[in-house]
Write a new protein. Structure first.
Lengths: 270, 241
């Protein structure tokens, strides 16, 4: 059946606005890509800041992603299935880190886990020091990126019909089994999108990490912080680092966009 | 012959359900206007909604009794439930849907046995050729059969069907109605069917209970309701007058 065409009342002007915005979104990345000679890439990769920063970024973002998925999945399920006022209030609280600038999150984390912070005395008595460590990097990433996963996961869980879980229970599945074998697989595409968004946000995290974990090469210097440091000494190096990070982002975006379609195609041909 | 009893009182928001029903292996059709509590009644019997007061038994087994504080969880009630829209699991094939219930309990059977039993049930319901299909590629009638196969393969003590024919077009509905009637006769155990169509009652040779605003307004055989319908809805439903 032919789809009716949708004509915008602002066809000419609207197109111009749209093209301008898309250009603004894409042009910087194009400039980044064409400004880097191939030779600079290998030179950048050989720089002593590069490998430790990349490995630290991958290690800490993987850790934060595990924390977010393990702690966030039950929370998202509760947010999706509860009609209580507590759930609605929690939903707003979970969104807080999205609207608060990362630098503020960094200061807030220092005020919580720092030596003089809210939990400082307790942590100090236990011999634990969080700020300016790899754990601080992970904590900062968890706080700024968890809302992206929780929101996407809650929306995905809302699409699971309650009747399906009742049926699963009548078929002998206890609640945890019904959740794992019915709710999670049905919500899986949304969960994957949420996890990818959270990972991308964690990978790009800068402000909160800088304030709460510092910028120590090999210890707390993630890729965005390495770009910041490189920019002070060698712009070409910063460009190369940026290009690598952008490439990871593009791969992630393609995976998020095309994985569900690919999954359907594979399922159809099976 | 297994008798069953369901006295249920529950409150969901401003809606209150308070009904007492009983029956045997003869199917019971539940009718009533939208929002009269038909689906809530089925869910309460299945154990899926919290109840304020209840006494639910099948044969000698007590599934729910608020007096001595008995609550058998849904997964141990041996109650089959086919909701409106059938509730098939979209991420599983037809065969995997039917096998699901054979792989959940503590006494789960080996994979090969599960497969054989599931295929046997699909064959019995004339849908063996659909075994490897995705459920979203099935017609409404096929989905209904698969959902029925998935519930029946566990040989439940009570079968709950929520408007099993509502999603079908008129021509399919007639064929599926007779198929369902025959299956329930073979099943030979108690079943409760929510319906909006008196032809279902005739085909299933069911007794009728009519709900309104969470209360039973009339119950009995089709003939008795036709003879003295308690209100206009019932008169319209049974085609009296």
């Amino acid at each position: 059946m032919a789809r009716p065409t949708r004509r915008s009342p602002l066809t000419g002007l609207g197109t111009l606005f749209g093209v301008t915005l898309v250009g603004l979104l894409v042009l910087p990345f194009l400039a980044l890509a064409i400004s880097t000679p191939i030779g600079d890439l290998s030179e950048g990769a050989a720089h002593p800041l590069f490998v430790p920063a990349l490995l630290l970024s991958l290690r800490t973002t993987l850790m934060s992603l595990i924390v977010i998925v393990v702690l966030g999945t039950p929370l998202a399920w509760w947010l999706a299935s509860s009609h209580s006022r507590a759930a609605r209030v929690t939903e707003v609280l979970v969104d807080l880190p999205i609207v608060i600038p990362p630098a503020v999150v960094g200061v807030a984390l220092l005020q919580t886990f720092g030596r003089q912070g809210l939990l400082g005395p307790v942590l100090g008595a236990a011999g634990i020091s969080v700020p300016f460590t790899e754990s601080a990097v992970v904590l900062a990433q968890v706080v700024v990126s968890a809302p992206f996963f929780i929101q996407a996961a809650a929306n995905a869980f809302r699409k699971v019909e309650p009747d399906m879980l009742i049926v699963a229970r009548t078929l002998g599945a206890a609640p945890p089994m019904a959740f794992l074998r019915v709710a999670v697989p049905i919500a899986l595409p949304g969960l994957l999108v949420g996890a990818s968004l959270a990972w991308a946000r964690a990978l790009g995290e800068f402000g909160a990490t800088l304030l709460f974990a510092g910028n120590m090469p090999g210890r707390t210097q993630t890729m965005p912080l390495a770009i910041f440091s490189a920019l002070e000494s060698d712009v070409r190096l910063a460009v190369v680092f940026s290009l690598v990070l952008a490439a990871v982002g593009v791969v992630l975006l393609l995976a998020v966009r095309f994985a569900p379609a690919l999954r359907q195609t594979v399922g159809r041909s099976a | 012959m297994a008798r069953w009893q369901a006295d249920v009182q529950t409150r969901l928001g401003s809606f209150e359900l308070d009904v007492s029903l009983e029956g045997d292996a003869q199917p019971l059709a539940v009718a009533g206007p939208n929002g009269s509590g038909k689906t809530t009644l089925l869910r309460a019997i299945a154990g899926a909604v919290p109840v304020a007061r209840a006494h639910v038994t099948i044969g000698k087994t007590v599934l729910e009794s608020t007096e001595p504080g008995i609550h058998v969880p849904i997964e141990r009630r041996r109650v089959g439930y086919v909701p409106q829209g059938y509730g098939l699991f979209p991420h599983l094939t037809v065969l995997e849907n039917v096998e699901f219930g054979l792989s959940t309990g503590s006494d789960r059977s080996p994979a090969e046995t599960r497969r054989t039993r599931a295929l046997g049930m699909l064959t019995e319901l004339d849908c063996q050729p659909l075994a490897n299909r995705r459920v979203d590629r099935l017609s409404g009638g096929e989905q209904q059969r698969v959902a029925l196969a998935r519930a029946l393969v566990l040989e439940p003590d009570l079968l709950l069907l929520d408007e099993p024919l509502a999603a079908l077009d008129a021509t399919r509905r007639r064929a599926v109605r007779h198929f369902l009637a025959e299956r329930l006769r073979t099943f030979g155990r108690p079943s409760i069917i929510v319906t909006h169509d008196v032809r279902d009652v005739v085909a299933l040779n069911a007794n009728i209970v009519v709900l309104d605003e969470g209360r039973v307004v009339q119950q009995g055989s089709l003939a008795s309701l036709q003879q003295a319908p308690a209100n206009d809805f019932i008169a319209e439903f049974v085609g009296a007058g």
